[in-house]
Design a protein around this ligand. Structure first.
Ligand code: HAM
Length: 425
């Protein structure tokens, strides 16, 4: 009986695994060349760690369990709280700034849909200890560095940037009280994700004053930064937040990646802990959900019992990215199939034992080598050699009696006879 995997999870057959490895290898390579070091943590943590600061949406999507000692645990839905916990433990010993990356396997009990699953991989890059928008620029640069390294251009993807600080000042000017802000962010984050009329119907629950609700609708539909003070009024804090974004733009221009970016006041981010610059990456037509997103979260380490340390970072999942790369034809081209140095073919079954011996010897010298387990015809073996991506096919026939064998170059088809000893050297 055929049994599919649990809803929202994936089986990785070898071609899927090759694709997954290719994506993850790219993330790792780009992290390293941007100066990030790899870390990881446990796959489960205490439940309350994810209930504390991640926000209602994540808390509602937790896979939780109680262990035999009665401890309430949860599978990690993100790695940022784990990272904050780990850094807090060694905060004095770790050289600053801390630039860390990780590719955790994460779990969220979401309703599975295109680009959203219950188990996925997520690339994270974070910079801790830099209270300067330069660190936000570095995070955005690294994100774009990866996306352009796989062939995506500014016509394929857009990095939409805003600031929670700017939004907080604007909302305060509109008359929203501080304690209303956190739940309101949760709703505003849905602005680009749910139908406009549904959003408009939900807004009065949190903002009963219709004049304020109207200004929030105007803010959410703003497409330039200059509209924000026009809608919500200005003061020194609004000016400072806009200045910070202007410097971020200058830095991204200097880094040569601003052409991928736009300011979008309606970018809020769903997670509760963001405090400053926030951004999300979308494919151009915005038909898919976000490819990735992140921002500054200067209070999280302190919220987890550590000192007050500035922090900024980004997370990108493998699902939407994989769909986009496939749609653009950028994935298949670059996937590597199983690559062998040699396929050892048997020209006559009386030499099969030699085939086993030579394959084993080649493998022990560090070469990737394979052979057919059953005595099949030579042409079938050559087909297997090419299906397995062998660079050369070694044919063992009567020449082996005098210590010689035939080597066929699989790309050119050229054949030559050589000494076994030469090959094993
Ligand atoms: P997030 O926006 O929750 O942020 O997730 C970041 C990305 O992870 C999303 O844009 C998406 O690509 C992927 N993702 C999220 N949920 C799913 C899902 N159910 N299925 C597939 N992919 C998904 C965070 O997680 C933050 N911790 C990122 C961060 C790191 N901020 C600062 N540092």
């Amino acid at each position: 009986m055929k049994r599919p995997p649990v809803k929202g999870t994936r089986d990785f057959y070898p071609p899927d695994m090759a694709r997954r490895n290719w994506i993850i290898d790219g993330w790792k390579k780009v992290s390293l060349r941007n100066g990030f070091e790899e870390y990881d943590g446990p796959i489960f943590e205490y439940l309350k760690m994810f209930q504390l600061k991640s926000g209602d949406e994540i808390a509602e999507q937790l896979f939780s369990l109680t262990d035999r000692g009665g401890r309430e645990l949860a599978l990690r839905p993100e790695i940022t709280p784990t990272m904050a916990r780990m850094i807090n433990q060694q905060i004095n010993a770790l050289p600053k700034p801390i630039k860390w990356f990780s590719v955790p396997r994460l779990f969220r009990a979401e309703r599975p849909q295109k680009g959203r699953l219950r188990e996925f991989f997520q690339w994270n890059v974070d910079i801790i200890g830099v209270d300067d928008v330069l660190a936000d620029a570095e995070i955005i640069f690294t994100t774009i560095d990866y996306l352009s390294s796989v062939g995506l251009t500014p016509r394929d993807i857009r990095v939409k940037i805003s600031s929670r600080k700017l939004l907080a000042c604007a909302l305060t000017n509109i008359g929203i009280r501080e304690k209303q802000l956190d739940p309101l962010y949760g709703l505003l984050d849905k602005y680009n994700k749910i139908p406009a009329d549904t959003f408009e119907k939900m807004l009065p629950d949190q903002v009963p004053d219709s004049a304020a609700a109207k200004k929030i609708m105007d803010l959410m539909s703003a497409t330039t930064l200059s509209e924000v003070p026009e809608i919500a009024g200005t003061n020194a804090e609004v000016d400072a937040a806009i200045q910070k974004l202007a410097r971020l733009k200058d830095l991204l221009e200097q880094m040569g990646v601003w052409q991928f970016c736009d300011f979008y006041p309606s970018i809020v981010r769903g997670l509760a802990y963001y405090t400053g610059v926030v951004f999300e990456v979308y494919e151009f037509a915005q038909e898919l959900r976000a490819i990735g997103g992140g921002g500054r979260y200067d209070n999280l380490l302190q919220d987890f019992g550590g000192p007050s340390v500035a922090a900024t970072g980004m997370g990108m999942g493998d699902c939407v990215l994989g769909i986009l790369l496939e749609e653009k034809g950028l994935l298949e081209k670059q996937l590597q199939k199983c690559q062998l140095d040699y396929f050892i073919a048997c020209a006559d079954k009386q030499y099969f034992q030699k085939v086993i011996e030579i394959t084993a010897k080649l493998r022990r010298t560090g070469k990737a080598a394979n052979f057919a387990y059953k005595p099949i015809g030579l042409s079938k073996q050559l087909k297997q050699a090419s299906a397995q991506g062998a660079k050369e096919c070694i044919i063992i026939g009567s020449e082996i009696e005098s210590g010689r064998l035939v080597v066929k170059d699989m790309a050119t088809g050229e054949q030559k006879t050589t000494e076994l000893d030469n090959l094993l050297k």
